[in-house]
Design a protein around this ligand. Structure first.
Ligand code: F3S
Length: 283
């Protein structure tokens, strides 16, 4: 069985930067509190924990440790709360997420109702929503447009969670226009998708066209990893998402001539190498 790797996969700049900032700060101060996982990958979280970086859910749990804001960012109210506790802050928010936060703040300030196309429970989306200062709503999919609690305002700005696919964002915007353009004065769309994600998705699509099985490596909570699997499935190829090499089952590979491997932006190189080694072993 031939094993083919996606042309673009694994750690993106934003994740690499956040992990390096956490490693450096932990080496300097010994202990560090991360406001949620630094990245959505358990292997990375475990490795950082061994260096003294523990995950907290709320700044109250930080005690007197410095707090690192993960690559997904945080709402301004959360940052204010950390400041009020007089804790030092290391801001590892990915610059691409910061760009979305700035758009949300600016557009809300200009009087737009801000619609964020993304998972309302994802930390990035919760953070960006916070920057819209009460003038935003996060919607998971097109169906959520049909069941809004309140009608959208006359001026609407639409942003996307950075890791969404361009296709899904396009159909969301199309549906929003179909439902709302008649009553709206203005609909403004800002492309806040991340280029690193878009490039990985294109590489996953190209990979899926060459193989008869795709293995996507990455954390189950990682949105960008999940989207890679969706993209590969859209090409009609059997696709499995695994967090580690041990999860690969021999039966998946029976009768396959070519297996493709791709990985989310929060997946470390070691996890990808382990998956490739396991595929070789099983093949
Ligand atoms: Fe940032 Fe894009 Fe990575 S938003 S964290 S560079 S996937």
């Amino acid at each position: 069985m031939e094993i083919i790797l996606a042309g673009d996969m694994g750690f993106c700049l934003g994740v690499r930067r956040a992990v390096e900032m956490a490693e450096k700060a932990a080496a300097e101060s010994g202990e560090l509190a991360s406001l949620g996982s630094i990245v959505h990958n358990q292997q990375v979280v475990d490795r950082l924990a061994a260096l003294g970086v523990s995950v907290i859910r709320d700044s109250a749990e930080a005690r007197d440790r410095a707090v690192i804001v993960p690559s997904h960012g945080a709402a301004p109210a959360v940052l204010t709360e950390i400041g009020q506790r007089r804790l030092s802050v290391i801001d590892a928010t990915c610059p691409i997420v910061t760009r979305s936060q700035r758009w949300a703040k600016r557009l809300a300030g200009e009087g737009y109702g801000v619609v964020i196309f993304g998972n309302p429970d994802h930390p990035e989306v919760r953070g960006v929503l916070g920057w819209a200062a009460g003038k935003g709503v996060a919607l998971l999919d097109e169906a959520a447009l049909d069941t809004l609690n309140e009608p959208l305002p006359g001026r609407v700005a639409v942003l996307a969670q950075t890791t969404q696919t361009a296709d899904r964002f396009t159909s969301f915007v199309r549906r929003l226009a179909e439902l709302h353009l008649r009553d709206a004065r203005e609909i403004r769309v800002v492309n806040t998708l991340c280029d690193a994600t878009t490039s990985k998705q294109a590489a996953a699509r190209a990979l899926a066209r060459q193989v008869d099985i795709v293995i996507v490596v990455g954390g189950k909570e990682s949105a960008n990893t999940r989207h890679l699997a969706e993209v590969a499935r859209e090409e009609g190829v059997e696709t499995y998402q695994v967090e580690s090499a041990e999860q690969i089952e021999g039966g998946w590979l029976r009768g396959r001539a070519r297996a493709g491997v791709t990985a989310g932006a929060s997946t470390p190189d070691e996890a990808i190498e382990a998956v490739v080694a396991r595929l070789r072993e099983l093949a």
